[in-house]
Each structure stands twice: as C-alpha cells, then as structure tokens.
Write a protein that binds this ligand. Structure first.
Ligand SMILES: [Zn+2]
Length: 601
C-alpha cells in the first residue's frame, strides 16, 4: 500500500473491512448550465452557476478547475499526435466570478486542462462558494470524443468548466488530460439548458423537463409512448425530418435537462438524425423501466438495431452481471466517432459488422456501472472501469453470439496483443497509476485486469463472486473507491482472505505462461507437475488423452496457486492409460504453448 493510501486508512476515511470509513467525505457541486449552439456555426457559448460545497475537513485556498476543451489548443500536452482539424483556440473564459466578485482571468495563461484559481477568501470545511462563469469555444471537426460529426450534427462533452475532484487520499486531482486516459468527477446535481434553432433535436444526459414545449404534440406523444413500449417507436423518421415540423417553431428552442447525483453531462444535437426509442424493465421489484433511445444517420444499418440491442443490454446487465438494476432512467446511443461512454449516453461509430456494433455498444453501456455508478477515478485507476466493461462485454457476448465466438473475439482483441508482446511496459503491474503509463496503458486498463476479474469468478464460483462483487458495489456506489477498497470489499464479501490473489494479479510483472513438466502414475490416477513461468494465478484445464482414444478434461481454478505460485502438482483421478497430456488455458492465452504438452514415452 503506497504511503498516501495508507494515510487515508489511518485517518479513517476508508476502512479495512472494505467500507467507506467513518470519516469518509466527498465534495459536491450544484451546476446550472446554459449553452447556446447555432449549427452549422461551431461556436458554443455557455454560462453557468456552480455552488461548490466543501465537505472535507480541510480549508481550501484554491479551487482546481478542469478546462478539458484546452486539449484542442496547439501545443497542448497530448500522448499522441493530432490532425489540424482537432486544433482550436480551446476554452475562452469571458467572465469568472467568485461569490459575485469578478476574478481576473488570462486566457493565454490558463492554457492547460487544469487551472488553479486562488479564492478571495478561504473555503472553510462545510462552507460553500458560488461560481458564475461565462465562456465560449469552437467545436473541433470530427474524430475525437466530442466535436462536430457533420455540418449540423454536434456532440458536446467536457464542454463546461467544472471544479476538479478534491479527495481524501490525493487532494486536488491535477492529472492533465492528454487525450488518452479518461476522467475523474464528483457526483453533482445538474440543470442543463441547451438552446438551439428550431428543427434541431437535442439528446442529453438526464431527463428532458419540457418535451411538450420543445416538441410538436405528435412527437412528444411518440416519446411518451416509447417509455412503456417494448417495440421500437420511430419518433423521427427521414420524412418527419424533411417536413420540418418535429420541434416547436420558435426561432430558438431551449431544451431543459435535469440529472442529480451524476458525474457528468453530455449533449448530442442534429437536424437530420433519425430518432428511435423504446424501453425495458430493469427493476422487476419496482417494475421500473429504462428508456433506450438512438440518434443516427438513416443510412447506418447498425443503428437501426441500436434500440433493441440496447434494450437487451440494459435488461441483461440488470438481471445477470453485475445483476444490479440499471441505475439511470435512460440511455441514448448517438452516432459519432468516439466509441466512448458518457453518463446515460454512448457515442459510437457506425460499423458494417452488426455483431461488432452490438459488442461496442454493450461495452459502452456496461460502463454505466463502472465508472459512473461507482465513481471510479479513471485517470489514475483505469482498470477499475475498463477492466469491468471488458469483462461484461465477454459475459454478455457469450449470450449473444455463443461461447466460442465471444471467447475468440476476446482473445483476439483483449489478450493476444499483450501476451505476444515481450515489452517491459506491457508487463508493468496493473496497480501502476494509469497516468504514469504510456505503452502499457491499453493492456493494463482492459485485458489484464479483466482476466483477473474472470479468474476470481472462476475461483469463487458465480454465487460467491456475485456476493463479493455486490458487497463492493453496495459499499461504494455513488462514492470514490480505490483499488484497496475493491480488494478489501471482495475479502469481506467472500469471507476469504484473497490478498495472495490480488497481490499476484495487481502488484507483479507476471503474465500467462504454464509449463507442463511431467505426468506420473499414482495409485488412483496421475500427478501432473506444472511450473508457472509467467506467474499469473490463472485457471486452466488438464486434458488427458488415453491409449483407447478417449480423452478427459479436468478444470483447475486459480485456487491451485494459493500455496505455491511457481510449481504445483495437480492430482487427477483416472483408471485409464495416458498417451498425451495437455494444458489448455482458454482465454488466459499462453505466451509459449510449445511447453504445454506431454507425451508418454
Ligand atoms: Zn471502455
């Protein structure tokens, strides 16, 4: 446990039983945001009032503001290169007031995605400060996680100045956004007004407050009907869009959205996207339905399936894994380029392969639980959200395209590039803070942690694994868990000390590579000697082929590595004569398969 993390446990903000400590706190903001957009003009103008409440025991002299749009400035620190279309002048703050008093602001100096702002008077524990901010920026063209998708279809994300997270183990989150890793946000309450010209439709995070004001009665009715409909309602078709009578016919319409206890808001705008919607029961006990909506170009065949694919995902995640009712009232799939999650929204690219499209949408929807329901610090611990989304992608994929195809896909996209890459950076411990990684980021965030979650499921069995997972999720949803809260919660929830397992998977340079050393006859069967060259505590099958031509498979869960993670002997019962023996690691692909087989002499 690093020293800063140890201190959090000593201060009692976190507890070793896996729960938030008796001194746990997190800060909170109330955001009232207005933005005006007038496509095809890509300028976005915004004003906001933020009431920021300091629940910490600390007196804050500075606020750290997140200005993510500055990633578009020429010269911004980025992990990769970028094209000219991506570059803009970043966010321009027009006015910045603290408790009504104007603060000098130099847009040239405030050029990073973090900007510290000295307060006029210190913000005491349990006190609040009011911020009034006006800003503008130009949306970049295409390509990124937000921007102009076509001349009149825009996606707004990270589009407003927000107060960074101030937390108990790290203080202000000052990790720079470098267009690679993701985000870390407090749970805030939002009211968002989006003003656009007539005939533009707005989709956003949250619940639309004024459908009857911004939509013509026919379309407000269709939206209403979709809230109780299993089958897809075509709210806006190409013909409706061409007729230009979907929205109220004021010059400008203001669409109002509200969401409470949510980590961010995102917005899609278009005057020519189809709009489909239906809904699905996500909570049987409360008979609660969640709305599934899609906004897309009519020619995108895959998006015509988006609402039913989404209904399947919302229902499946609610009832199976993680088996917690979808925690929001809505999900909207908006066609773009990002293949990226936002609270209650996904922005996915069109893909000609329907199964692949479904898989990507499933992955992004799965993110609802991690990071959004669970308040994950994605900038620092990406494996706490991407690892789970990757895991759920496989679990739901098995039900959609069958075990073999889903596992093949998982191996191909999530394991193969890592296991066949000998680079030091690919084998850095998963616990390594994501913002310290470059080359190893992808595999440390997605494949390796996902394998650890699946290995633990294999070892504990589905029922106990779910009990432990729900203990973790009940302990920390709506809060900010760190990896040690996960480890501790899983220990408490399973009633087992799994530290050896977590140490093996998260704190080592291990990988997957087993060596089948020898097979010897015992009284009732065989002793199979295995050396773990790679080191990870993986499950595997011992496959014996007998002299009579038959074969048998013996599954071993990772528990076989509990006592010795280097060398073990597996005892299998058999009365037949063995001809060959083989280790099959399945999705835990072996770095060197040439030593996985044994043949009788
Ligand atoms: Zn993801």
């Amino acid at each position: 446990m690093p020293r800063d993390i140890k201190l959090a446990y000593q201060k009692g903000t976190r507890a070793m039983d896996g729960k938030p400590g008796k001194n746990y706190w997190q800060n909170f903001g109330r955001y009232h945001i207005n933005v005006t957009v007038n496509p095809p003009n890509r300028d976005v103008k915004g004003t906001e009032q933020i009431t920021y409440i300091n629940n910490s025991p600390d007196t804050l002299k500075v606020l750290n503001m997140k200005l993510i749009m500055n990633i578009h400035r020429p010269g911004a620190a980025r992990l990769r290169g970028t094209g000219d279309d991506y570059l803009t002048e970043g966010i321009q703050i027009d006015t910045f007031k603290l408790d009504g008093k104007a603060k000098n602001w130099n847009n040239k100096r405030a050029s990073r995605t973090n900007q510290g702002v000295a307060l006029f008077k210190p913000l005491l524990p349990h006190d609040s400060v009011r911020l009034d901010i006006a800003w503008h920026f130009q949306l970049a063209k295409g390509g990124g996680r937000e921007g102009a998708i076509d001349s009149t279809s825009f996606y707004l994300a990270y589009f407003y100045p927000r107060v960074a997270v101030y937390d108990d183990y790290n203080g202000w989150d000052g990790i720079e956004f470098v267009d690679a890793m993701e985000f870390y946000n407090d749970f805030n309450d939002y009211t968002l007004n989006v003003t656009v010209p007539k005939n533009f439709i707005v989709w956003a995070t949250g619940t639309l407050q004024n459908p009857k004001q911004v939509l013509q009665p026919e379309y407000a009715d269709r939206l209403e009907k979709s809230m109780t409909s299993d089958s897809t309602i075509h709210i806006a078709t190409p013909k409706d869009l061409a007729d230009k009578h979907i929205t109220a016919q004021n010059d400008m319409n203001t669409w109002t959205w509200k969401a409470n206890d949510i980590s961010d808001m995102a917005v899609g705008i278009s005057d020519h996207y189809d709009w489909d919607a239906a809904s699905v029961v996500v909570d049987d006990a409360a008979n609660r339905r969640a709305s599934m909506q899609a906004a897309f170009l009519d020619k995108s065949e895959d998006f015509h399936h988006s609402v039913q694919f989404g209904r399947n995902a919302l229902g499946w995640f609610s009832h199976n894994w993680p088996g917690i009712p979808y925690p929001f009232p809505k999900m909207t799939a908006f066609q773009g380029f990002a293949d990226m999650e936002y609270p209650m929204m996904v922005n996915d690219s069109h893909n000609g392969n329907l199964a692949f499209s479904q898989l990507v949408q499933d992955h992004e929807i799965a993110h609802t639980y991690f990071p959004f329901y669970m308040g994950i610090n994605e900038s620092r611990y990406a494996f706490m959200d991407e690892g789970w989304a990757t895991t759920y992608e496989l679990l739901i994929g098995r039900t959609e395209i069958g075990n073999a195809k889903a596992e093949n896909f998982y191996k191909q996209f999530r394991v193969e590039s890592w296991i066949h890459d000998r680079s030091t950076s690919e084998d850095l411990p998963v616990i390594t803070p994501s913002n310290e990684l470059r080359g190893g980021y992808g595999n440390n965030a997605y494949g390796k942690p996902s394998l650890s979650y699946l290995a633990l499921k294999d070892m504990l069995g589905d029922a106990l694994f779910k009990k432990a997972l729900h203990t973790y999720m009940d302990n920390w949803h709506g809060k900010h868990p760190i990896p040690w809260d996960y480890f501790n919660s899983m220990n408490s929830g399973s009633g087992k000390n799994l530290n050896w397992f977590f140490n093996n998977w998260f704190f080592t340079n291990y990988y997957d590579d087993l060596d089948l050393r020898n097979v010897t006859k015992t009284a009732g069967g065989y002793k199979v000697d295995i050396q773990n060259i790679g080191g990870f505590a993986i499950p595997f099958d011992v496959k014996l082929t007998y002299t009579d031509g038959t074969s048998e498979s013996f599954h071993q869960t990772p528990v076989v590595w509990e006592k010795d993670q280097k060398r073990i002997a597996v005892i299998v019962k058999s009365s037949k004569t063995v001809k060959t023996a083989e280790l099959d690691n399945g999705i835990y692909m072996d770095a060197n398969e040439s030593n996985n087989k044994w043949t009788a002499k």
